[in-house]
Each structure stands twice: as structure tokens, then as C-alpha cells.
Design a protein around this ligand. Structure first.
Ligand SMILES: Cc1cc2nc3c(=O)[nH]c(=O)nc-3n(C[C@H](O)[C@H](O)[C@H](O)COP(=O)(O)OP(=O)(O)OC[C@H]3O[C@@H](n4cnc5c(N)ncnc54)[C@H](O)[C@@H]3O)c2cc1C
Length: 258
């Protein structure tokens, strides 16, 4: 497979860097082709601005979505955006690796999504009408590709358990896994989350990388999270609410998983 790792950590000697290096070696040893977008090392520009559309007229208002669409459709995107989109189209699977910062991804990675996920590429794809609300949530340009999060936390596993004070990890990751990965079409594999990583030594690192290695070995075969598809009857169109007969009485994130 072709595998892209989108990686966000500023420190080359960090635990995350060691885990990334481990992943690259493991995947290459298994015969996969690997590319890494190391966002800090690339000095990735995290903020959307008018420079993202090479055709933007200086001094005129910057209309973000229409300009994103125009630049995407006319080959006028900033080259760094186009290069990341090309990597996504090349990849069969994409790993997003980051330390959990304030219950989400580091800002530099959020800025990668803000900029790379152009109008016409990740959203605004397909027919939008009263009968059909675009190709998203199970369809889209990235359909057929797999994605998985690799996340480290300072907090304990129990803190992220069903009744833990931080909230369940799957709830915290829902906006990323459902909103940012499933939305443009990825099949999203269960995340690899390593908790309480400050307490790390060589023995634990060997154990953690063993478990991570098993997840990497099964990237092509693991069962994705069963997020419900948008256009196949589970949702009413155009209200986009779950059909009354689907998961009756259930609300919240879990209702969107079959
Ligand atoms: C801005 C910010 C916000 C945060 N928000 C949250 C939050 O919302 N929730 C939460 O739970 N946590 C939070 N944290 C904690 C954060 O998630 C952890 O600090 C992070 O996951 C640790 O990953 P790291 O790669 O930086 O680890 P490092 O600090 O680099 O390393 C962790 C430990 O692993 C050891 N280590 C490193 N490499 C190896 C190796 N090769 N072999 C063996 N041991 C090794 C190090 O010596 C260290 O003891 C936050 C931290 C910051 C800075």
C-alpha cells in the first residue's frame, strides 16, 4: 500500500518522533511505500489566508469558500496545499499522529485540514439538492482510502473512560474521526491511543511499539468504525436527522455508529 503519515510534533527527540520512526520502519519492512508530512519540520503554514488562492486580487475581500473552490478547480492553489492533496490522492491509507493538546490535535495539524481540505476536494463534492446533500459521510473524493489516528495523552486511560472526567476518548475524537475523516470519505479505523505517556521507559516503549506494530500490520484488513452513511437511508434529506426508525431514542455521537 501507499501510506501517508501526517505528523505533528515540534521535537525530533520526542516520544512521538520515536513512534513515527518505528511506524515508518515497520511499514517499509512490510513492503509499503511511505511518505511523511512532518508539519513542524515543513514549517507548515497553519492559517488560511488570501495567499492560498494564487488568483486573489490584492485589496479585495477574501471570500474563503468560493476562492478555495476557484483555486482548486483552476490549478491556482498555493503549491503547498496542492502537494498535500496529491499525497492524499496517492495514499491508500493515511495515519494522523499527534500528542493530544487541549483535547484535540495541535493547531498546526488543524491548519493542515483547514487549508488542504479545499472546497471541491473535501467538501462541496457531488450533487447538492433536496434529494441529495453532496458526496460526504461515506462518499467523497477520499472514499476507498483508510485513515487512523495515532494519539498520545498525558492523562490516564481511566480519565478517558466511559465515566472519566475528561469524557470518553471516542467522544473527544468524534469531531476528528467523523467530521474530518469520515466526512470526505475515509474509512476510519479505531484509533491507536497511548495514555499517560510521561511514565515511559525502554521496556514500555518496546511493549507500546509492539501493539502499534500489530495495528500497522492490519491496516488493510482491520474493520473500520461503523459510522452511518449519509445517502443510504439512515438520514432524512434535507434535514439530515437520523430516520426515526434508526437508533430510536438514541442521541449524541454514538447514534451515528451502526
Ligand atoms: C499544549 C499542551 C496541551 C496538552 N493537552 C493535553 C490534554 O488535553 N489531555 C492530555 O491528556 N494531555 C495533554 N497534554 C499532554 C500531552 O498529550 C503529552 O505531553 C504528550 O502526549 C506526550 O507526547 P510527547 O511525544 O511530547 O512525549 P515526550 O514528552 O517526548 O515523552 C514522554 C515520555 O516518553 C519518554 N520517551 C521519549 N522517547 C522515548 C523512547 N524512544 N523510548 C522510551 N521512552 C521515551 C520520555 O523520556 C518521556 O518520559 C498536553 C500537553 C501540552 C504541551
Amino acid at each position: 500500500m501507499n501510506i501517508l503519515i501526517v505528523y505533528a510534533h515540534p521535537e525530533p527527540t520526542s516520544l512521538n518522533a520515536s513512534l513515527r520512526d518505528f511506524s515508518v520502519q515497520r511499514l517499509q519492512a512490510a513492503g509499503h511505500s511511505v511518505q511523511v508530512s512532518d508539519l513542524y519540520a515543513m514549517q507548515w503554514k497553519a492559517t488560511v489566508d488570501s495567499g492560498d488562492n494564487l488568483a486573489h486580487e490584492p485589496g479585495t475581500p477574501f471570500h474563503i469558500s468560493p476562492e478555495s473552490k476557484y483555486a482548486f478547480e483552476n490549478g491556482l492553489q498555493s503549491p503547498d496545499i496542492a502537494a498535500e492533496q496529491a499525497k492524499l490522492m496517492w495514499a491508500d491509507a493515511v495515519l494522523f499522529q499527534f500528542p493530544l493538546w487541549w483535547f484535540s490535535m495541535p493547531a498546526i495539524m488543524k491548519g493542515w485540514f483547514d487549508r488542504v481540505y479545499a472546497y471541491g476536494f473535501a467538501y462541496g463534492v457531488g450533487e447538492h439538492s433536496d434529494r441529495r446533500w453532496g458526496d460526504r459521510y461515506g462518499e467523497g473524493k477520499l472514499a476507498g482510502k483508510r485513515a487512523m489516528l495515532i494519539v498520545t495523552t498525558g492523562g490516564w486511560e481511566q480519565h478517558y473512560g466511559p465515566r472519566g472526567i475528561n469524557g470518553p476518548i471516542n467522544d473527544l475524537l468524534f469531531p476528528i474521526q467523523h467530521g474530518m475523516l469520515y466526512y470526505p470519505g475515509f474509512d476510519v479505523l479505531p484509533p491507536f491511543v497511548e495514555y499517560r505517556v510521561r511514565a515511559m521507559d525502554e521496556a514500555r516503549f518496546a511493549e507500546v511499539s509492539g501493539r502499534l506494530g500489530e495495528r500497522l500490520d492490519t491496516l488493510a484488513t482491520a474493520t473500520p468504525i461503523a459510522f452511518r452513511k449519509q445517502n443510504f437511508g439512515d438520514y432524512l434529506i434535507p434535514s439530515m436527522e437520523l430516520h426515526p426508525e434508526v437508533a430510536p431514542g438514541q442521541t449524541g455521537f454514538a447514534a451515528h455508529i451502526a
